[in-house]
Design a protein around this ligand. Structure first.
Ligand code: PLP
Length: 379
């Protein structure tokens, strides 16, 4: 029996809503399904404005435009993240300044941020890894002190909270992902969430190719025209219709994933007690969404050995991230602040185990059994 790493879950209503969009005949962006999704996000997250985008990458690119970054401006972020966190800002000529992560939750180490600030620093991008919140109180305190914009990369953070506040509602701006690999998805997809109302009007313009078309549709101007830079950042209605079916099931999807996560967590506790691996740590005040289940093994050799052993048994696990600071583009466009000790180590030691909605308890048991077998042979 084969256990894939991920299997996108369809709720069963996606094609029905797509057929409704087809019937309504409005297939470009900002039709009724996009509006429903935006309203759901505004209510659920409590942000001032939600705008669906083609991807989290697109939402991050919009954030970089909104932050008004000029060539040479600096943006503080972890190196242990997906490329888009940095790329979106590099496209504006800004310099990513990479800071090491915390050993417990693998998020940016908030105690190292202040040392990375220079007169050129304009923004901080905390990435909520695995849907587990960064230490936002400290990060916001630093941002206020130095007058910096906070862009939450909440790609993995739908349905998660920090001290009771939904992720995406805390920084000035936030970006969500609805990529196929995420808990709630539309193949490709994302959203820009705006908490600082000063960014709303410009965000609508940037998303609509630099025009004031949104104002025109609301009857606030009698013709629309080119007023700013921008691009085509909005999804068509077929994507939004698909996403709506997923949003309707967001609670039950999260609940089920959390049950799978908990099964892994309980079953792997003995191996952790024997010091063979480390399980995820969820700090107090953080509610996560079971986006992923990862383990940390001792070293690179053991990590590669475990991945191969699992694959031989048709179980597909993966590792990530190759740190951005040492990647070719990271070396060219970014710089580090301080040592990247934890980032380098975690990137060698992390294994993401299979995790998807339809995973059965037997599947989790089998993965855990094979992991245990590997350790009994390779202590
Ligand atoms: C932390 C992080 N940021 C950004 C992205 C980009 O998301 P998208 O594929 O929706 O552009 C991802 C995707 O996995 C991610 O994990």
């Amino acid at each position: 029996m084969r256990i894939p790493f991920n299997k996108p879950y369809m709720t069963g209503k996606e094609l029905w809503y797509i057929s409704q969009a087809h019937h309504l005949g409005h297939l470009s962006g900002d039709g009724s399904f996009t509006k429903k999704c935006n309203a759901w996000l505004e209510e659920r997250v409590g942000c001032n404005k939600a705008l669906l985008t083609n991807s989290c990458t697109a939402a991050l690119e919009m954030s970089a435009i909104l932050a008004d970054l000029q060539p040479g401006d600096e943006v503080i972020m972890p190196s242990y993240t997906f490329v888009s966190t940095a790329n979106a800002f590099v496209l504006r000529g800004a310099v990513p300044v990479f800071v090491d992560i915390r050993p417990d939750n693998l998020n940016i180490n908030e105690t190292l941020i202040e040392a990375a600030i220079t007169p050129k620093t304009k923004a901080i991008v905390p990435v909520h890894y695995a849907g587990i919140a960064c230490e936002m109180d400290v990060i916001l305190g630093i941002a206020t002190k130095y007058n910096l914009i906070v862009v939450e990369d909440a790609a993995q953070g739908i349905m998660c909270t920090y001290k009771g506040k939904p992720l995406g509602s805390i920084g000035h701006i936030a970006a969500l992902s609805f990529h196929e690999t995420k808990n709630i998805m539309s193949g490709e997809g994302g959203a820009l969430l705006i908490n600082d109302p000063n960014f709303i009007e410009r965000a609508e313009i940037i998303r609509e190719k630099g025009t004031n078309r949104s104002k025109f549709f609301r009857g606030q101007v009698d013709k629309y025209t080119w007023v700013d830079i921008g691009s085509s950042f909005l999804p068509g209605e077929l994507i939004s219709a698909f996403l709506w079916a997923q949003m309707e099931e967001a609670e039950s999807i999260t609940k089920r994933r959390l049950a799978i996560w908990e099964t892994y967590h309980q079953s792997l506790s003995e191996l952790e007690k024997s010091d063979l691996l480390r399980r995820p740590i969820i700090p107090d005040g953080c509610v996560h969404n079971a986006h992923m289940y990862y383990i940390l093994v001792s070293n690179l050799e053991q990590r590669n050995g475990l991945l191969t052993f699992l694959r031989e048994k048709a179980i597909y696990a993966v590792f990530h991230y190759v740190p951005l600071h040492s990647s070719p583009a990271g070396l060219k466009y970014g710089r580090v602040s301080g040592e990247m000790v934890v980032t380098n180590e975690v990137s060698d030691r992390l294994v993401r185990l299979p995790m998807y909605y339809e995973m059965r308890v037997e599947d989790v048991d089998l993965v855990v059994e094979v992991v245990s077998k590997y350790f009994s042979k390779n202590k």
